[in-house]
Design a protein around this ligand. Sequence first.
Ligand code: GLC
Ligand code: GLC
Length: 810
Amino acid sequence: MKFGYFDDARKEYVITSPKTPLPWINYLGCESFFRLISNTGGGYAFYKDAKLLRLTRYRYNNVPSDDGGHYYYIKDGDTVWNPGWQPTQTALDSYECHHGLGYSIFKSSKNGVAAEVTTFVPIGKNCEVTSVTLTNNTAASKDLQLFSYVEFCLWNAMDDMTNFQRNFSTGEVEVKGSAIYHKTEYRERRNHYALFAVNAPVAGFDTDRDSFLGAYNGYRNPEVVFSGASKNSMASGWAPIGSHNLKVSLAPGESKNFIFILAYIENPRDDKWESRGVINKKPAEALMQEFATKAQFDASLAELSAYWNNLLSTFTVKTGDEKLDRMVNIWHQYQCMVTFNMSRSASYYESGIGRGMGFRDSCQDLFGFVHLIPDRARQRIIDIASTQFEDGSAYHQYQPLTKKGNSDIGSGFNDDPLWLIAGTAAYIKESHDFSILDEIVPFDNDESKAQTLMEHLRRSFNYTRTHLGPHKLPLIGRADWNDCLNLNCFSEEPGESFQTFGPSEGPVAESVFIAGMFVKYGREYAVLCRKKGLNDEADAAEAAVNDMIQAIYKDGWDGEWFLRAYDAFGEKVGSHECEDGQIFIEPQGFCVLAGVGLENGYAQKAMDSVEAKLETKYGVMILQPAYKDYHLNLGEVSSYPPGYKENAGIFCHNNPWVSIAETCLGHGNRAFSLYKKICPAYVEEISEIHRTEPYVYSQMVAGRDAKNHGEAKNSWLTGTAAWTFVNASQHIIGVRPDYDGLVIDPCIPDTITDLTITRKFSGAVYNIHVDNSAKSQYGVKKMIVNGKEVSGCTVPFEEGVTEYNVEITM
Ligand code: GLC
Ligand code: GLC
């Protein structure tokens, strides 16, 4: 069952029923100001950091669900309705929600009145702008009222929902004309406030929530809206809100438009006040002038769409498979921008107060973003590396606003350091900016400890090389990529964090997954050494990688698949000898994609085992059999009920690893079939089972052992976004940036017989055509570049050439 459809020409998903199985959301904002917006108008806004600078309040886990957003109420006689259906839930005569690239549009109607509400965050501005157009489609004139509503958060979202003894007394606002200013804490240490304004004279306003709603009322039945009379309330403590009341008289056929703006405004510290207690409004007033008319609004929206069209023109494909094209050309890349911006901080499943930016997460998010805006990826690498410790280990997370490592969680996740090499190599392959390696970057944000980025990578590499266990495999520390495989934790008290409890240093638990990573990114490191002329170091790195491969063959192989780990007692994890958790996906995917086992048949065997033991119709499960009991020596992985999350869920992030591994074996059909299983566009028809948005990936789909096998959770913020885009674009379609040119090496299903690709790379445009009328799955037979045959499958750079026409025969 579907709840909408893709409109590829407009790059939108159009939702046709407000009652989607779960809120289906969109992200507005590409740079600093962000808004989460659901298909019923729910969500919230923040500036840079969803924890520390939240503009509007949102109640997670609320009932009814997703109750709370930036709302527009229309009062038409006795009927009150919302274009997004929530919160009044008044039945609409028509409803559509268009989620597009950085904007959302609601088109609805009720009793002959049509409403069109368009919201977006303008490029380069720290605000959300909303255009509301009301049209009278009846033969009689209409006297309507339009009420806006936002509820301000008192900035620190954590404090906002816990510290009521203080918060109920700090709220302050100012009102001037049609502009409402939220200035809580501005009197003391803040130099920023929020603005909520409309470009028309108001008949009234409210800034005090309880006055607006009325005692014991909710968003569904606000007293002010139903009575039609604003109270001009001035918040004093309690809960400050912003609500405008606009009288809208419409002749038959007439339309009227209003532009609302919700902004984060910052003043210089020494210019905070206009007069004693009165905030300096100059920057707010200047911003209002920029969005005073519909023409200005439209021009800014056009700028946003040009911005996205330009970004997406970097990589486009035509494969003959409509769903593949739409995911690769639009939605994969869009989700990658969102994960790049948010990491794992703010979604409908991540509360925005928890995790901030993940060290490993953000390094991987780069893979899917770096081709779009390499400069921002560059800065991100520097920010991440600045949170690394001198010994090469790293804070697991950091706060986006302060960019400081988060000491609550600390370090000890032993895969983290290697991801820095991965992210940096991806950046240099795209940009060829080797100068980044010479950047001076602090350790633990301490400038006195700064070293070159190359030195950071060296310490990353050496951290793994020097932290090996009894089998010469890397020590796992608190956990590796699987945050829940806590082999040194041994927690017996409820509520103890699996991720911070127990020692991270000392014990001998080892990870075959990190071993696979070391092969892959150790080799990347060796290449970087060579590029810098450090040949001895490169040789030594390669030797260490070869030793690791031997260690994997000797003690990391279980007979039919790769072992997952050794626990703190040296017992095997992920072996046929185990009762549960006999096989894990991560080492199969990662070792094979790193090239381990290609020469001795292990790779093929591992893939066969994955297919036989882990694959379901909804994707590949993370492990089997699911852990039935809690195991002290395994930690959080065994804390989840069977089939969920890391305990045998289909943890989407690692599915592309297996698909990429299949491409390493030349299996185009297998790779593509695995790709499709978890790809949202291909499961759109079963939205009643899958339940999350059909245009983006979710972190997890319930595995075979779970009651709701096939049900997805935790949409949007997942490493699946970047890895799937990498898989689809670089491995299946096979176009990958490299140091010496553009590699074109498709591994496609035999059903794709004709492939057209455009790739902008290193200042040139590549127009690529692949002829696969032979219905091959892998193997470039012939490549002609600008009329000349070139051997191999890399298009080498040629001085001064800005357009490469590439004709490939498979
Ligand atoms: C979450 C985390 C990620 C981790 C994964 C597996 O997605 O953000 O860092 O690798 O879970 O546990
Ligand atoms: C939990 C989740 C895991 C996530 C981690 C982040 O362990 O199961 O997926 O990576 O929290 O801290």
